[in-house]
Design a protein around this ligand. Structure first.
Ligand code: NDP
Length: 306
């Protein structure tokens, strides 16, 4: 089987005061993670490159470590959540930190490219450090609530061993498979949707404002567009997997025309339309390849060609 999924249970399985965890990185997300661990009653040790970010957590009972090496020594499990894999490695590769981590487990919850996860995992293996990679798919406000979404990849036994502590974060936890780059790969694909959709919305706001429509006036209709997407995504994804490219109700030739109207209207207002022009160019290329009667999802197949 490609992947196994395990949904979170309602209880953490940890009795207050019995478990422990270290959190490295106290940006908004690291602080949210540490806060949820504290709320769940875990002995929580924290460290951040720039001192002072632990003040509120320490006031609530966290132990503020003076160094990353001291922090990782305090717990069997260290969760690291910083800006990217470069920062993760910058912290972990420090001699005393790597030495202290030998035989312990690191769960990375920083975002980054799958290659970053693979490189960090190789380094960890070479240093006798047990390593799981992960990604958080929801904002800081969801951490510690049922709405949090956490993805993991790496050795399943390691995941199962540390699941009781991870459950303290509440939310849904899913192990996607043993290939260590898999959580980061999901993260990248999902963030691709988030940022291109957000860029589309920012652009739509600019065009609407140029036409005298306020953000508040547009938003209910924008939410309507967002609401029609889930079944469309489901259909396209299944059709792509099955090699079915039929575009009966909305052929690419019609989509291209709609895209051109958007770009022309933007440009008439002096608003950069390069994002829509790029989408339009991709769609036109796909039509030129003979797929004009296919659906929009044919673009995914064409983009993936060598
Ligand atoms: P950032 O992505 O801005 O990360 C800030 C943290 O990274 C701080 O602890 C900062 O330390 C540390 N850092 C940056 N560069 C280095 C470095 N070279 N060496 C050591 N530490 C470094 O903020 P977030 O906390 O919000 O995000 C952390 C991770 O969580 C990111 O990968 C992000 O994509 C992910 N995430 C965040 C979400 C959110 O809503 N915020 C949602 C989902 C995922 P310092 O204080 O010293 O600068």
């Amino acid at each position: 089987m490609q992947h196994s999924e395990t949904e979170t249970e309602s209880q953490t399985g940890i009795e207050a005061g019995t478990g422990s965890v270290t959190v490295l990185g106290l940006g908004p997300m690291g602080r949210a993670l540490a806060s949820a661990f504290l709320d769940a009653g875990l002995r929580t040790t924290v460290w951040n490159r720039t001192p002072g970010r632990d003040r509120e957590l320490v006031a609530r009972g966290a132990r503020g470590a003076a160094s990353a090496a001291e922090a990782v020594t305090a717990s069997e499990l260290t969760v690291v959540c910083v800006v990217n894999y470069g920062a993760v490695e910058g912290i972990l590769r420090d001699g005393p930190v790597a030495d202290a981590l030998k035989g312990r487990t690191v769960v990375n919850l920083s975002s980054g490219a799958p290659e970053g996860a693979r490189g960090t995992a190789d380094w960890a293996a070479a240093h006798g450090i047990r390593f799981l990679d992960g990604a958080i798919m929801t904002p800081t406000t969801t951490i510690g609530t049922p709405a949090g979404v956490f993805l993991y990849a790496g050795p399943e036994d390691l995941y199962r061993e540390h699941r009781p502590v991870l459950d303290a974060l509440n939310g849904t936890h899913t192990h996607l498979g043993e290939e260590i780059g898999r959580a980061a790969a999901y993260d990248i694909a999902l963030l691709d949707i988030f940022w291109t959709a957000s860029a589309g919305f920012a652009h739509a706001l600019a065009v609407a404002r140029a036409e005298g429509i306020t953000g508040r006036e547009l938003t209910p209709y924008a939410q309507g567009i967002a609401a029609i997407l889930p079944p469309i995504f489901e259909g396209w994804a299944a059709n792509l997997d099955d090699g079915d490219f039929s575009g009966e109700d909305n052929p690419l030739t019609s989509a291209v025309s709609s895209m051109a109207h958007i770009a022309e209207t933007s440009e008439a207002h002096g608003i950069d339309a390069s994002l829509m022009r790029a989408v339009e160019a991709g769609a036109r290329r796909t039509v030129e390849l003979g797929h004009g009667t296919d659906g929009f999802h044919r673009i995914a197949e064409v983009l993936g060609r060598d």
